[in-house]
Design a protein around this ligand. Structure first.
Ligand code: APR
Length: 241
């Protein structure tokens, strides 16, 4: 029984990360179009470098929460099939909680990519638009983040994973950004058991047989413990109406 997990900003909220869709429509006090689009980057590279430098420095000071830890525990202890973890998050809190195989479909904060030669570099400090790519020598390094309008990473691999998924756990995502928001509909069509964990019903709640509503750091640990103890999902009451 293969389990596929998709996480979004909500899984890191209890660690102190801001979710994207706050009521003010801003992301960490910035307009999305300024800091999360290629057009915004071209308009003001310094602003965008500074923004991700701020975020990188902030994440360094945060700790994984009980939701990240529960998911790492599931990966390490599930013996009845595979566990795949796909995240839309750019932080490294899943890794720091102990998850070994994390698919970052929207890129990672601790990386830069050269716009000229495509070289990806691990990066943990503060970047500027003058930094030079060690591979091609051009000063065209940008944050290795998938911005709005860009194609997410690993889509072929993800398609394969979704095709082998028996249980799909969707955690802390509002279900408005595609293609990730379409994964639940795909796995449902394939006959998987879909479960969402969120504070409230997401935009795609009708794709889930079950919803577990509350803080993921509070709901996931007992869910994972029960699952590992029982070895199947028979303990669930599958009614998301
Ligand atoms: N536990 C569970 N869910 C939570 C928690 C929590 N403690 N806190 C917030 N949530 C839920 C919210 O109810 C919301 O549905 O997490 C969701 C966060 O939604 P978004 O802010 O829209 O984040 P996400 O879905 O990850 O955004 C997707 O959009 O901006 C782009 O590329 C960016 O990866 C991001 C993508």
């Amino acid at each position: 029984m293969n389990i596929t997990i998709l996480t979004g900003a909500g899984v890191s909220a209890e660690s102190g990360m801001k979710v994207f869709r706050e009521k003010d429509g801003l992301w960490e006090n910035h307009r999305i179009e300024d800091v999360a689009t290629y057009e915004g980057y071209v308009r003001n590279k310094k602003l965008v470098h500074d923004f991700y430098n701020m975020l990188r420095a902030k994440v360094k000071k945060l700790d994984p929460n009980n939701a990240h830890i529960a998911l790492a525990k599931l990966e390490q202890n599930w013996t009845k099939g595979k566990v795949y973890l796909i995240t839309q998050n750019i932080d490294d809190l899943h890794e720091r909680a102990g998850s070994k195989h994390v698919i970052h479909m929207h890129g990672v904060l601790n990386s830069m990519i050269c716009e000229h030669c495509g070289k990806e570099l691990e990066f943990f400090e503060a970047s500027t638009s003058e930094d030079v790519c060690p591979h091609c020598g051009r000063a065209l390094l940008r944050p290795n983040i998938v911005w709005f309008g860009e194609v997410p990473y690993y889509l072929d691999e993800i398609e394969q994973i979704l095709g082998q998924t028996n249980v799909f756990l969707c955690i802390g995502t509002s279900g408005v950004v595609y293609p990730a928001a379409g994964f639940a509909s795909l796995t449902k069509t394939n006959g998987a058991l879909n479960i969402e964990f969120n504070l409230e019903k997401s935009k795609i709640a009708s794709d889930f047989a079950l919803g577990v509503y509350g803080k993921a750091g509070e709901t996931l640990p007992s869910f994972v413990d029960k699952l590992l103890e029982m070895g199947d999902f028979s303990f669930l009451n599958k009614d998301n109406s």
